[in-house]
Design a protein around this ligand. Structure first.
Ligand code: FAD
Length: 390
C-alpha cells in the first residue's frame, strides 16, 4: 500500500495494486494486538537482522521514524509515542492506520483489485507480464510486496519467494521470529497463564546467544510474552541443545536474596514452608520454584536450614528450561530470512538482476526486533520502492 500510493504520487504512473485476499491490510489490522505499533523512534540498523543487517541503513537515513510519523500525519493520522519509543495511533486502533492508507490509495487513483492472487510473473521485452486468475496484465515496472510466511492465518504466504525464483532471485533459509518459545512443557504447563517479570538468557552450553528482560507468560507448551519474543529469533536459528534461564528477581543478587530469605525465616518462622517465596514472586510460581529446587517436606519456614534457603534463592535466579524450538509460522509475527538483499540496491529497492523490478517489506531478508521495527521497515522500503528510481 505504501509503495503503491507513493508510485501514484507521480501522476504519469498508472498504478494497479493486486491483493490476494478479499481485502487489503488484513495483517496490519492484527498488529500490536489490534493497536498497531506502527513504528519505533529508536529504529536503527542495530534493531534489524539478516545476512546484511546494514542493508536498512540507507532507507532509515532517508526516512527515519520521525519522517514516517510526519507522513502519516499528512495522511490524517494522529499518534502517541510511549516512553519505549513505540508509536501507536491515538485512536488505539489499527484500523485507523489502514483507513488512512486506503484513503490515500483512493485519493491518488490507485486501482485496487482484491481477491486477485498473482500466479506468475514473466519478463517481457519492455517490462513484465503478471498472470492472475482473471488474465494477464502488462506493466513496465513492478513492485513485489507479498510479505513473508509469518502469520499464516492472516494471509502470510511464501508466494513472493516462489514468484521471483524464475527471475533469478534466491532466498535465505526462513525461520519464524517474534514467536513463543517451545520448551520442556512440564513446568510451564503447571504455570499456564502465570505472568512474571524476569531476566532471560538463552544458552547453548555456556554461550549466551541472547538475553533480555521483560514480561513472560507461561503457556501449555512453553514461554510466551514480549521478553520471550525478543529472544525467539536466536531460539529459532540457534539449532539444538538450547536452554532458557529465567531470573525472576533480577534486581537482587544471590547474596541479597539469601539474606532476605534468612530474615524471612527469623521473622516468619511459623509460615508454611511452601509459602517461603510468597510475596516475592507470583504465588503459583513460588510454589513451583520450590518444587523445582527439590525443597519440600519441611513443615514451616523456621525448620529450613541455610543450605535450603540458599537453594531457594538460587532457583529464583536460575530457573532452567530445555528449549525444544519455537512455535511455527502460524503464530509468528515475522519471518527471519527472505530474498537475498545483496541482489537489491538499498537506495532504491530495485533488483540488481532484473531492471524495473522492485521489492520491499518482509519479503526481503530483513527482520526487525519486537516494537514497531517491522512496520517501520515496511513503510520505508515501500516508500523507496514506490519512487521507482532507476
Ligand atoms: C499478529 C502480528 C502482529 C504484528 N504486530 C506488529 C506490530 O505491532 N508492529 C510491527 O512493526 N510489526 C508487527 N507485525 C509484523 C508486520 O505486520 C509485518 O512485518 C508487516 O505487515 C510486513 O509488511 P509487508 O507489506 O511486507 O507484508 P504484509 O503486511 O504481509 O502484506 C503483504 C500482502 O501481500 C499479499 N499477497 C501475498 N501473496 C500475494 C500474491 N501472490 N498475489 C497478490 N497479493 C499477495 C498478502 O495477502 C498481503 O496482504 C505483526 C505481525 C503479526 C502477524
Amino acid at each position: 500500500m505504501m509503495a503503491a500510493l507513493t508510485a501514484a504520487e507521480d501522476k504519469s504512473n498508472q498504478v494497479v495494486l493486486l491483493e490476494r485476499q478479499q481485502r487489503v491490510g488484513r495483517k496490519l489490522l492484527a498488529t500490536g494486538n489490534g493497536r498497531c505499533n506502527l513504528t519505533n523512534l529508536n529504529a536503527s540498523p542495530a534493531h534489524y537482522h539478516g545476512e546484511q543487517p546494514d542493508f536498512v541503513r540507507c532507507a532509515l537515513r532517508q526516512l527515519p521514524p520521525t519522517e514516517t510519523l510526519a507522513l502519516f500525519r499528512s495522511f490524517g493520522l494522529l499518534t502517541v509515542t510511549e516512553d519505549s519509543g513505540r508509536v501507536y495511533p491515538l485512536s488505539d486502533s489499527a484500523s485507523s492506520v489502514l483507513d488512512v492508507l486506503r484513503f490515500q490509495l483512493a485519493r491518488r487513483g490507485v486501482e485496487l483489485r482484491c481477491a486477485s492472487p498473482v500466479r506468475e510473473i514473466r519478463r517481457e521485452k519492455d517490462g513484465f507480464a503478471i498472470c492472475t486468475d482473471e488474465g494477464r496484465l502488462s506493466a513496465d515496472r513492478l513492485i513485489v510486496a507479498c510479505g513473508g510466511a509469518a502469520g499464516k492465518k492472516l494471509g502470510g504466504v511464501t508466494d513472493g519467494y516462489v514468484l521471483l525464483a524464475p527471475l533469478g532471485h534466491t532466498r535465505t533459509k526462513l525461520y519464524p521470529s517474534l514467536v513463543q518459545l517451545v520448551t520442556d512443557p512440564d513446568y510451564p504447563r503447571a504455570l499456564k497463564g502465570v505472568r512474571a517479570d524476569a531476566a532471560l538468557r538463552l544458552l547453548r552450553g555456556r554461550d549466551c546467544l541472547a538475553e533480555t528482560r521483560g514480561e513472560v507468560q507461561f503457556t501449555e507448551r512453553g514461554v510466551s510474552g514480549p521478553a520471550s519474543f525478543e529472544i525467539s529469533r536466536a531460539a529459532s536459528t540457534g539449532g539444538e541443545g538450547l536452554s532458557l534461564v529465567l531470573d525472576f528477581l533480577p534486581d537482587y543478587t544471590d547474596t541479597q536474596l539469601r539474606a532476605l530469605l534468612i530474615d524471612r525465616r527469623d521473622t516468619l518462622p511459623e509460615l508454611d514452608a511452601a509459602e517461603l517465596l510468597t510475596g516475592l514472586v507470583h504465588n503459583r510460581l513460588g510454589k513451583m520454584l520450590l518444587r523445582y529446587g527439590g525443597l519440600k517436606g519441611k513443615d514451616t519456614v523456621g525448620l529450613l536450614g541455610d543450605r535450603e534457603l540458599a537453594r531457594a534463592a538460587s532457583v529464583c535466579k536460575d530457573f532452567r528450561l530445555p528449549v525444544r524450538g519455537t512455535e511455527g509460522f502460524d503464530s509468528a509475527q515475522v519471518t527471519a530470512g527472505g530474498l537475498r538483499t545483496a541482489d537489491f540496491d538499498p537506495e532504491t529497492m530495485q533488483s540488481r538482476l532484473v531492471p524495473g523490478l522492485y521489492v520491499c517489506g518482509e519479503l526481503l531478508d530483513v527482520d526487525g526486533d519486537c516494537g514497531g521495527y517491522n512496520l517501520q521497515w515496511a513503510w520505508v522500503s515501500g516508500r523507496l520502492a514506490g519512487r521507482l528510481l532507476p
